[in-house]
Design a protein around this ligand. Structure first.
Ligand SMILES: Nc1nc2c(ncn2[C@@H]2O[C@H](COP(=O)(O)OP(=O)(O)OP(=O)(O)O)[C@@H](O)[C@H]2O)c(=O)[nH]1
Ligand SMILES: [Mg+2]
Ligand SMILES: [Zn+2]
Length: 297
């Protein structure tokens, strides 16, 4: 007799998916071939219906509609993304971080910047990062090594499914180990030659943590993120730090680029918006405009 039940995909490796049913039992499953025809890939976080044969073989029969989905890292149905950057090595890639914030907001996922490795940096170096995000996105300063800030971070994970995302070697797995020692996830160093990560974590995996009544997702690091496809005129809507000044622009269609009498550029000049973040806004804006251009080519 075949049994049918619902569950959540914890991870997928080499064509096998590990589905946790609502009693907490994990079943290895294969996906039905029909998903491939529908161009539907089961993702970690997906709610699914599975069938389990008498001999114990599991199949994913149905993927329930997703509440949301991130493209990088590829996960579904999460509440919050902890965007991890390093205050030491590897150097924080703020453009990547800005793009992650946009990707999250677009998907309806709450972004939280986690500035890790604060033990490696002096207060001034940390301030260089926090100053850029002060009015743009919530952040916490932590160290997986010393435990600094981990109480506040744990508090912000309560009752939610949070995916950790960011470059390789920023300390995503180390943070999870420090928060939940039972996990004992594999962590890696930095390549001495390039100061870049070694891509230690290979698969996204949901981890159910009873003491926060929530889940955390460890994911592989990445260093490139294409700008999410948006009409260029909508980009400023993703910048909480720009919002108060947009009404002061002379033109309602102002992109805050080359226009005159621009409230955003005034605010940058007066130091009310971070110049670095504004300059990256222009980089992303240009990417979106180029994409538009290609659509008409
Ligand atoms: N000094 C210091 N080192 C840290 C801290 N957190 C992590 N590290 C070190 O950074 C290196 C990379 O840590 P990982 O946890 O493997 O990084 P990751 O983000 O999971 O990397 P990937 O799995 O490759 O994406 C390891 O050598 C850690 O010991 C920290 O807060 N301070
Ligand atoms: Mg890792
Ligand atoms: Zn403007």
């Amino acid at each position: 007799m075949t049994r049918s039940k619902n569950g959540t995909i914890l991870k997928g490796i080499g064509g096998f998916y590990y589905v946790r049913d609502d009693e907490g039992v994990v079943q290895e499953c294969k996906a039905k071939g029909s998903f491939r025809n529908e161009k539907l890939t089961p993702l970690p976080g997906d709610r699914v219906r599975i069938s389990v044969s008498e001999s114990g073989y599991g199949f994913i029969e149905e993927i329930f509609e997703r509440r949301n989905e991130l493209f990088r890292p590829r996960v579904a149905n999460i509440d919050q993304a902890a965007i991890v950057v390093s205050a030491g090595k590897p150097k924080a890639d703020c453009l990547l971080c800005d793009k992650m914030i946009i990707q999250c907001k677009n998907a309806g996922i709450r972004p939280l910047i986690v500035i890790n490795k604060c033990d490696m940096a002096d207060d001034k170096a940390v301030k260089v990062l926090t100053a850029q995000y002060e009015n743009a996105c919530p952040y916490v300063c932590v160290s997986a090594l010393t435990g600094e800030g981990l109480g506040a971070l744990k508090e912000s994970l309560k009752g939610l499914t949070t995916c950790l995302a960011g470059q390789s070697a920023v300390g995503k797995s180390s943070l999870l180990n420090a928060l939940f020692p039972v996990l004992a996830l594999e962590t890696g160093g930095l390549s001495k030659k390039t100061d870049r990560g070694r891509h230690t974590t290979r698969h996204a995996e949901l981890l159910v943590m009873a003491d926060i009544s929530g889940m955390v997702v460890d994911t592989p690091g990445f260093s490139f993120l294409d700008s999410i496809d948006l009409p260029p005129e909508e980009l400023d809507g993703y910048y909480d730090d720009m919002r108060p000044y947009i009404t002061k622009c002379r033109f309602a269609s102002c992109l805050h680029d080359k226009e005159l009498e621009c409230g955003v550029k005034d605010a940058v000049a007066k130091g009310k918006i971070s110049r670095e973040r504004y300059q990256r806004y222009i980089i992303i804006l240009n990417e979106l405009q180029e994409k538009r251009q290609h659509e008409y080519d």
